[in-house]
Write a new protein. Sequence first.
Length: 379
Amino acid sequence: MSGAKSQAGDDLPARAVLQALPQPVMVLDDTRRVTFANYAAEAFFGASLSVLTRQTLDDLIAFGSPIITLVETVLSRRAPMTEYRVRVGSSRFGDERIADVFASPLSETDGRVAVLIQERTMADKIDRQMVSRGAARSVTGLASMLAHEIKNPLSGIRGAAQLLEQSVPADEIPLARLIRDETDRIVGLLDRVEVFGDERPLEREPINIHVVLDRVKLLARNGVARGIAFAEEYDPSLPPVLGNRDQLIQVFLNLIKNASEALERTQKPEIKLTTAFRPGIRISVAGVSERISLPLEIVIEDNGPGVPPDILPFLFDPFVTTKTNGSGLGLALVAKIVGDHGGVIDCDSRPGRTKFRILLPVASGALQSPAEAEKGSPE
């Protein structure tokens, strides 16, 4: 009896640990039926434990998934196995997800298998953004070197075009104006490229991100987003971000401008602004020995047609654009400014819903250790 009590007592903390894990964990029997799922698994599949325990793995995962083969192999070999970068598809969520999947038998005699799913989405997006920043530095290093030399002859071309306007026949004046206008356009493009080469340290101070968003919303409603409905879902308890007010306004105004342009042909267009505190994401930043926590989440969401899938992985690269007359520098500049603030940005898009998510550090924890940052986090 005492042994039974000890076993039952040991089971309680084990279950509590599983429930506390942020990764989805399921236990399957020898017919691949779900016998246990933690809270993260319920959230992952969008179903309660009572629903999941009436399902088999085959009901939850798309037909032919490598996960099913992985579980079958573990059941037959009675040995743990792992599949990396598996595409996880399910009728219970719309997007196909990339994940590492770990499967292990509970014991040599027990016919059950424990499965843990580690989503790769956020890590991959951060990795892609670091590559994008490297591409931006390469492009802008060359551009900064050439910009001054290119601007000098352009100013001469523009001056000559102005003189031509005064001396050519009337039917040739439009051609002279075209030369002048195109020269101005090239100079403007060079000015925007030169911004990427500005490596001066930012002047930053603690800023309430909601004040910034309210300012951006006011500007957008009277300009680029006139006639578009706005919705807000703010966490009023957010701590301040250590940032540059003007540059943060530029970031969010650019994102709302892009969303507004994408909504031009959408019925009942809407842009939703969301803020939240999301502890748990940390990245390594050059020049800082400790990993930086990025708990402040700001999301700009629209109900437009979405970003083409072939463009999405390269969205923040310089000169990548879906607009006919776009320069492809707007989102690259947004990514640079967010990176200069020690944050990251990613995009999740499908028809009818596009989300730009920005993660930023809190002001008090910008250069703190993770342990200190946790102490300063709100309850």
